[in-house]
Design a protein around this ligand. Structure first.
Ligand code: NAP
Length: 283
């Protein structure tokens, strides 16, 4: 039976550190502020936004929510972003994705000031990550790295295989593993003989979006398996991209779903907002 990597525990540790640093800032009269924009009434987005709000309150941040109707125009959305870019109380801006049809996500991401882009989706921040000289890291891949660090799982010299190449998870995940001297392979839907590639992985990261896609025969004995997936199984129950029940007996460590990568994403968002606040206040 593998070590179960406890994302809730690591997330709580990261948030506690943020809370303590926020208390220190309060002594100087500084309070980090996060603005979250949600457009439309997607139920999953609503859950994420509520969780972000709760996390802000727990660490002592100012939290502002802008819930806009699905009929919001691109101009209205961009004008709100501009207003928040200039708002001194707000250090981080996040626009919950996906946006309703008809709104241009790329334009919204590019309108957010790179200094307040705590999701690290802006092209400037993406470029900075590429060259290894960054202020913010994208929340989910950075959350994975936090978990590896917390459990003292070394990356250097390891064969790391990432399944998925999205801009939000797969690509930045590969880059962060590379920065820590992993030997990284990125796979995707056109990869030939995927199982042959994944079986070479000492560290396997699944970010596919297909329930229980990674089966035990795709995993090397003793590998570390990180499951980024947030999927629904045939009964509508939350599960990951990895067939946890069967893979856990083959690997050395594994993240569960729920309770693995999920809680880490918000913890890193808090960390990024704190950092944005410090940068903007020169402290
Ligand atoms: P995405 O944009 O849909 O990307 C999925 C990736 O998986 C694509 O690169 C795709 O390849 C690849 N893929 C699809 N089918 C495949 C196959 N049969 N074999 C190999 N690769 C395949 O998804 P995402 O945004 O990266 O999210 C991935 C998962 O992570 C989802 O379950 C999502 O809900 C979850 N997620 C969780 C968190 C969290 O906080 N825990 C955050 C973000 C996302 P192509 O590029 O060739 O199409």
């Amino acid at each position: 039976m593998a070590l179960i990597i406890d994302g809730k525990k690591v997330s709580a540790e990261v948030k506690e550190q943020v809370r303590l640093e926020t208390l220190e800032l309060a002594k100087k009269g500084i309070k980090p502020g996060l603005a979250v924009i949600i457009v439309g009434d997607d139920p999953a987005s609503r859950v994420y936004v509520n969780n972000k709000k709760k996390a802000c309150e727990a660490v002592g941040f100012l939290s502002r929510e802008y819930a806009l109707p699905a009929t919001t125009t691109q101009e209205e959305l961009l004008s709100l972003v501009e207003e928040l870019n200039n708002d001194k109380e707000i250090n981080g801006i996040l626009c919950q994705l996906p946006l309703p049809k008809g709104l241009d996500e790329k334009a919204v991401i590019e309108a957010i000031s790179p200094l307040k882009d705590v999701d690290a989706f802006h092209a400037i921040n993406v470029g900075k990550i590429m060259i290894g000289d960054y202020d913010f890291l994208p929340c989910t891949p950075a959350g994975v790295m936090e978990m590896l660090h917390s459990y003292k799982i070394p990356v250097e010299g390891k064969n790391c295989v990432v399944i998925g190449r999205s801009n939000i998870v797969g690509k930045p995940m590969a880059m962060l593993l590379l920065h820590e001297n992993g030997t990284v392979t990125v796979t995707h839907s056109r990869t030939k003989n995927l199982a042959d590639v994944t079986r070479e992985a000492d560290i396997l990261v699944a970010a596919i979006g297909k329930p229980k896609f990674v089966t035990a025969d795709m995993v090397k004995e003793g590998a570390v398996v990180i499951d980024v997936g947030m999927d629904r199984d045939e009964n509508g129950k939350l599960c990951g991209d990895v067939d946890f029940e069967n893979v856990k007996d083959k690997c050395s460590a594994i993240t569960p779903v729920p309770g693995g990568v999920g809680p880490m994403t918000i913890a890193v968002l808090m960390k990024n907002t704190l950092k944005a606040c410090k940068i903007q206040n020169n402290c």
